[in-house]
Design a protein around this ligand. Sequence first.
Ligand code: ADP
Ligand code: MG
Ligand code: ZN
Length: 623
Amino acid sequence: MNTENNNKPNKGSFPKHLAILVLVLLAASLISNMAKGALKAKQEQEVSYDTFYKMVETGEVESVYIGDNRIDIYVKSGSKDYSPLITYYTVMAEDPLRTSNLLKYGVTTFQEKPDNSASVWEILLTVVLPAVMMVLLLVFMFKRMGGGSGGIMGVGKSTAKMYMQKSTGVTFKDVAGCDEAKESLVELVDFLHNPKKYREIGAKLPKGALLVGPPGTGKTLLAKAIAGEADVPFFSLSGSDFVEMFVGVGASRVRDLFKQAGNMAPCIIFIDEIDAIGKSRDSRFPGGGNDEREQTLNQLLSEMDGFDPGKGIMVLGATNRPEILDRALLRPGRFDRRIVIDKPDLKGRVAILKVHSKDVKLDETVDFEEIGLATSGAVGADLANMMNEAAINAVKCGRTAVSQKDLFDAVEVVLVGKEKKDRILSQEERKIVSYHEVGHALIAAVQKNSEPVQKITIVPRTMGALGYVMQVPEEEKYLNTKAELEAMIVVALGGRAAEELIFDSVTTGAANDIEKATEIARNMVTRFGMSDEFGLMALARTEDMYLTGRTVMDCSDETAGKIDRLVADMLIRYYEDAKKILNDNMEALHKIAAFLIEKETISGREFMEIYRSVNMEEKDEEA
Ligand code: ADP
Ligand code: MG
Ligand code: ZN
């Protein structure tokens, strides 16, 4: 497989020289034209017929040219009164004696205009040269306009050629935690290499597969790994590569791509972010109904129908918005298979951390299991980022190996931003933030359905938090019970509850908590069927499950109003629960908050120590 790149030889120096040449030629032509014009203007001067005769008689005339309606007079070089540089002329008069007279005085007559017809050089200068220059100029301009992607001249050419990779340097070993996806892809590669095996049985070979999943889960990475593993040519493009300003260009790129691929088969075509061209043509979707994109999509569809599956072309697509893709793209015979790469589970996260720590020196405190537990919801890209942050942090602190603390700090940096050292909270604010955070933590600790506290801090973060509680689950959960969801809401409202109980006033600090609590409560009603009023009725649907996970209401306005009322009631109830729990644990709240105000950060262990000691005392008193 050779990566030909024949359309632009010595691309760098060519236009520059050309530009200079064009400029020089342009200047030369201008000057020559101006000079000629000036000469011409001097050259001619009209004289009367009488004067002409006198000139002949005095022997000043060397030759004449007798045209249709005028006579050009060329004087002798030795003439006194007339300049030989000037062509004199006179109007034609009826004069039968003219020719004989002229002969008498030894004047030559030409039947053809001497030297007035343009010379070869003149033609070159005035006609050919400007034309050539125009052409050169145009070529030059086109070249310039075409800068990056093949140029205007190569507008219809697929850019895939440039993306054809011999080796990406990525193998399956570099992709962790999506074993099923890898398995599916290995199977696809087997189709490519041994099509016979499948056809003999009568199985139809799939033409394409779609990698779907949230951003950062390793879709692009996995495709690159396939390129490394499959050992066939690999065309890699992004959906946006097809989209140009000219209608029809995308379509011709698709055509060209499949033609090239056809010549290289067996091969893999990978179209990343395929939603850029594969958006539904349904105009209900925002941005639907774009001519260029529609044509491109149609071309893609027909190309995918067109090629024989046994030919050995596999089309891979990747997207994080499968729901906006055109139905036609997803039907059998096109992207038959859907390979889901979801957010990694605990095992996956640990594996990803291991992959990315390959070249990082770790000390003996490091426990990926624990980090994995603390990073539920993080994707591969986050984890790679965390690993790097941790290594940088270790270097900053002058250490030679990464410790568990570095990793935890990095987790925080990725989740809530860096510590914001220059934001100084006033004493009063520190107090409020402390009680707020301890409110969350205490409720989490009291409720057995919530996750244990890992750390509480009131050091402000760059991403806006003035303080926060880090909770780490004991084990990964895939399902949440209703009781757990309720506990989560109560924990979220615990901050505000503490503020109200202690300071008798409330602050703006609970905005995020309120949002979170409301979302959970709303989902319980509209999606999880956890309310008595609406039972198991689905009242909302997920808009794009991999990107934002946003839900939209799917019910009548009347019902929506009822839902709002119901959610509000739930939140009021859970808020009362939160206040009750804090009232029952007032002593612990004061003690832990005081500790936090002083220390700024408190570990889960310190927290539990204080909490337990308070509870012991109470039990002792009761006894
Ligand atoms: P996307 O799914 O958005 O295409 P990428 O493949 O671009 O995500 O992933 C971005 C980066 O995150 C990768 O370059 C890699 O460093 C890291 N990453 C993501 N998923 C994984 C994974 N499963 N294993 C190892 N690294 C991963
Ligand atoms: Mg990607
Ligand atoms: Zn809070």
